[in-house]
Ligand binder design. Structure first.
Ligand SMILES: Nc1ncnc2c1ncn2[C@@H]1O[C@H](COP(=O)(O)OP(=O)(O)OP(=O)(O)O)[C@@H](O)[C@H]1O
Length: 288
């Protein structure tokens, strides 16, 4: 459903006029319902890849190559078409949930406004639906949460709200950019488990950006290892574990000894990927 081909991102400094190539011709594809982890150290180009897909790269940037979503090239799509695709087919779950929510609107309004038929929906029905969305992400005191403003809720609660909102739009592709980094460790585990569960339930494709290889192995079908703006290799978590193609991947793994302890046939935090077997919730609980 997503085909990224020879993606190059070049940014020009407006003051000096100097151009820097940030992404160096990356290609990857993602099937319907599949999840791909973009893994690499800080500055490797993970977030910029997502920004190119969303069409929110920095000003002065030039993007070449192609990014085709179900056959439509997002790089050549016109303003209105791109706006429609971004609104309907793509959903971003960013690191900081506050950035996704309007601070002066209660959470209930955020959820209702995200509903595709919000305008034609009677208020009571919209409210009932919003409460149901919250229940689906494990929130039980829905009335209180719907009435609350973002600053009145914890980061973990807000990220659940953002996930609920993302699911309600029934996008084709979820783009998760370190969605739990800003949360405390126990909450991280819960939020990852909910995101993973809901994504699978809805059959959504996902790109999950993280510097955390073991987390990516737990929630993704395949991993793309990035370094300095380049995808070095792509493979299933087992392929990356058993047959890493680069020293960089080996170094990333050795920096995460708990992922593949010596003598272990499977990653300790192993993954809920079909290939590895296991349970996402259990794995992420373990991480906590
Ligand atoms: N607005 C910008 N203008 C120019 N260059 C930028 C801009 N934002 C980021 N970069 C550069 O792009 C490169 C890739 O950054 P990116 O944010 O994609 O990395 P990342 O892998 O997501 O890292 P992190 O895990 O720290 O978010 C880095 O060298 C960074 O300095």
């Amino acid at each position: 459903m997503l085909h990224v081909d020879s993606l190059v991102l070049t940014v020009t400094d407006p003051d000096t006029g100097q151009s820097t190539e940030i992404l160096h011709g990356n290609s990857f594809a993602l099937g319907a319902g599949e999840s791909l982890g973009l893994v690499g150290e800080s500055g490797s180009g993970k977030s910029m890849t997502l920004k190119c897909i969303l069409g929110i790269e920095p000003s002065g940037a030039r993007v070449t190559g192609s990014i085709a979503l179900d056959g439509t090239d997002l790089l050549s799509a016109g303003g209105e078409e791109l706006r429609r695709i971004r609104a309907n087919d793509l959903a971003l779950i960013a690191q900081n949930p506050h950035g996704s929510l309007n601070p002066v609107l209660p959470v209930g309004r955020f959820l209702v406004e995200g509903m595709s038929d919000a305008r034609s929906l009677p208020a009571a029905e919209a409210r009932t639906r919003a409460a149901e969305l919250l229940r689906q992400v494990g929130i039980t005191d829905t009335e209180r949460v719907l009435r609350s403003y973002p600053h009145q809720l914890s980061g973990g609660m807000l990220q659940r709200v953002v996930i609920a909102g993302a699911m309600s739009g029934e996008p084709k592709l979820l783009l998760a950019d370190e969605p739990t980094t800003a949360l405390d460790v126990t909450t991280q585990a819960e939020v990852v488990a909910i995101l993973d569960e809901k994504r699978r339930e809805h059959g959504l494709s996902m790109i999950y950006v993280t510097h955390d290889l073991d987390l990516a192995a737990a929630v993704c079908d395949r991993l793309a290892v990035m370094k300095d703006g380049e995808i070095l290799e792509i493979g299933t978590p087992e392929e990356i574990r058993d047959r890493p193609k680069t020293d960089y991947t080996r170094a990333l793994m050795s920096a995460r000894p708990q992922l593949y302890p010596e003598g272990s046939p499977e990653p300790a935090l192993g993954g809920n990927t079909p290939a590895l077997g296991g349970d996402a919730h259990a794995n992420t609980e373990d991480r906590a």
